[in-house]
Design a protein around this ligand. Structure first.
Ligand code: NAD
Length: 290
């Protein structure tokens, strides 16, 4: 298959490399000067999209996605499929879906979970929104880049699933970190705390798979001085998307709002930018000393 791939950063680069390794003809474009094994580089996004049966985008945000879509959609042939794997706002996903539909293209919003390890290992989870025909066109590529793809509904449903998932993740990470900080104050050993909670009703992915306390539980960014992993500013971006969606859908999400406020303070005022999102734990420890 001829595939165009726009946005070859931390995630897009290894995803495109996996498609090329599987035998597809991948033509890529990135604003930055990058080269990816097996991928032919084009001079523009439109050039990468020309003659592609599927064009995949993996970009920082919805505004950039909309700008790239303006270039790419007119270059694509009728019947081709545009697959956006970036994490963006639901409104941008739906706007690009409409624009693609007007040009007789199919569109899937397919944000991912699994991080950089999942991108290079081909073990991402895709959460997809779009028609059944569009999902069917993209599914063989999801199978190469990931281990699971869930068709969540019409356009925008993938982004909706992603921001709901990450709102839960932000909230549970904060809850796990503040519980560790309280346990410290109560004189509880961290290993004992992990042993109890990871097999009790307080368990979660944040505790069990990504424990924010160094030396406790499986290897996680806490064991690497909180190098990301999943950066706190990306978590803040996703929590903002969740609040934006909650506002436009008139949903009541008080815990999501608090999580956004806390990550915003952490990233913008307390030096959390560039650290993993689990560095909330040392943040609570520092606060506890005041
Ligand atoms: P990144 O910054 O490493 O990559 C983005 C790439 O897009 C960069 O290489 C940049 O040069 C390129 N780009 C920006 N504007 C462009 C344009 N107009 N035309 C062409 N290329 C352009 O980011 P990333 O970590 O790869 O994340 C990409 C998306 O995936 C984001 O939406 C992010 O939220 C999401 N995501 C990231 C992770 C993660 O762990 N990093 C996990 C899940 C989802």
């Amino acid at each position: 298959m001829n595939i165009g791939f726009i946005g070859l950063g931390n995630m897009g680069g290894p995803m495109a490399a996996n498609l090329a390794k599987a035998g597809h003809d991948v033509t890529g474009f990135d604003m930055a000067d990058v080269s990816i094994e097996g991928v032919t580089m084009a001079a523009s996004a439109a050039e990468a999209a020309t003659d592609a049966e599927v064009v995949i985008t993996m970009l920082p945000n919805g505004q950039i996605l909309r700008a790239v879509a303006d270039d790419v959609i007119p270059a694509m042939s009728a019947g081709a499929t545009l697959v956006d794997c970036s994490t963006v706002d639901v409104d941008s996903a739906r706007a690009v879906a409409d624009q693609a539909g007007s040009a007789n293209l199919m569109f899937v919003d397919a944000p991912v979970s699994g991080g950089i390890g999942g991108a290079s290992g081909g073990t991402l989870t895709f959460m997809a929104g779009g028609s059944s025909a569009a999902f069917a066109a993209a599914e063989p590529l999801f199978d190469i880049m990931g281990q699971k793809a869930v068709h969540c509904g019409e356009a925008g449903a993938g982004q909706a699933a992603k921001i709901c998932n990450n709102m839960i993740l932000g909230i549970t990470m904060i809850g796990t970190c503040e519980a560790f900080a309280l346990a410290d104050k109560l004189g509880l050993d961290r290993q004992k705390m992990f042993d109890v909670v990871s097999t009790s009703s307080g368990y979660s992915w944040s505790m069990n798979a990504y424990c924010p306390a160094p030396g406790v539980g499986p290897q996680s960014p806490a064991d690497n001085d909180y190098q990301p992993g999943f950066a706190a500013e990306l978590m803040l971006k996703d929590l903002r998307l969740a609040q934006q969606a909650a506002h436009s859908a008139d949903a009541d999400t008080p815990m999501g709002a608090l999580a956004q406020a806390l990550y915003s303070m952490f990233v913008e005022e307390e030096g959390g930018a560039g650290k993993d999102f689990s560095a909330m734990l040392p943040r609570f420890e520092a606060r506890s000393r005041h």
